[in-house]
Design a protein around this ligand. Structure first.
Ligand code: ATP
Length: 259
């Protein structure tokens, strides 16, 4: 059974078919990328997996079960975490506080038990702290632990955003353009983190990325899309050299991203 499966998924915005009959499966333990020129439908696919959008037709299965009956706030609880292209962190809170906030989906205590600060709440709090400290160590964020997000360099914020998603110990991590806005060196760091997320934490990764160097260096398989349709699926090399992919990029504004 695949970890995630999209079956003949179509989504329309009015008269525009943003995603057109797309099917693919992400296997447990792999790093899988969605690539394609601007407007190909990549973010729309992420937003359907996050349940912000509901497909017009088709199905999305996670661990063999449809998720189309789940509202967006239940998706993290299933074990699917995501980052956002435009980093979504609490600017005035510290790194630690942001990561703790990321854990809120794992909170089993309610307002009354928290008010009474029962032993159960204390144990839960301890569990959240431990999980978050583990992520801080894993991503080498100790130096920034108590720093406010607003004062951090962009590259560090990107790593914190990844940490926030990792803090729920997901089975599937969705990374939305993890290298966007980063320097070559910072992108190399992100490549190392992604490899460790796969190898050390054993978390499956699905990412949207324009940087083909990053895609080639960390991805096992790649699905290329253009105008909402899937045009090639295979290893990074197979996809980058696929005639339909080269053609799609040549006809777009993203020419520099082509093979
Ligand atoms: N909320 C929306 N309402 C209407 N059209 C939309 C909406 N979101 C996306 N679209 C359109 O759907 C198509 C697919 O967009 P999408 O953002 O999924 O592409 P993308 O591959 O993620 O592009 P990019 O690489 O630029 O982020 C585009 O034509 C886009 O203009």
């Amino acid at each position: 059974m695949s970890l995630l499966e999209l079956k003949n998924v179509t989504l329309k915005f009015g008269g525009l078919t943003a995603v057109n009959d797309v099917s693919f499966a992400v296997e447990e333990g792999e790093v899988f990328a969605l690539v394609g020129p601007n407007g190909a439908g990549k973010s729309t696919i992420f937003n359907m997996i996050s349940r912000f959008y509901t497909p017009f037709s088709g199905d999305i299965l996670f661990q063999g079960r449809t998720i189309l009956d789940r509202p967006p706030h239940e998706i993290a609880g299933l074990g699917i975490a995501r980052t956002f292209q435009n980093i979504e962190l609490f600017e005035q809170a510290s790194v630690l506080q942001n990561l703790l906030a990321g854990r809120h989906t794992h909170r089993r205590s309610n307002f009354l038990t928290e008010l009474l600060f029962t032993p159960f709440v204390r144990r839960e709090e301890h569990r959240h702290r431990e999980a978050v400290e583990h992520v801080i160590d894993f991503l080498d964020l100790q130096a920034y632990r108590d720093k406010t997000i607003a004062g951090l360099p962009y590259g560090v914020r990107k790593v914190v955003e990844m940490g926030r998603a990792l803090s729920i110990a997901p089975k599937l991590l969705l990374l939305d353009e993890p290298a966007s806005g980063l320097s070559v060196e910072e992108t190399q760091d992100v490549a190392f983190w992604i490899e460790d997320i796969k190898k050390v934490l054993g978390i499956t990764v699905l990412m949207v990325e324009h940087d083909m160097h990053l895609v080639s260096s960390v991805c096992d398989r790649v699905l290329a899309l253009a105008n909402g349709r899937q045009i090639a699926l295979g290893t990074p090399h197979e996809v980058q050299t696929h005639p339909a992919v080269i053609e799609a990029y040549l006809g777009s504004d993203d020419k520099e991203e082509a093979a």
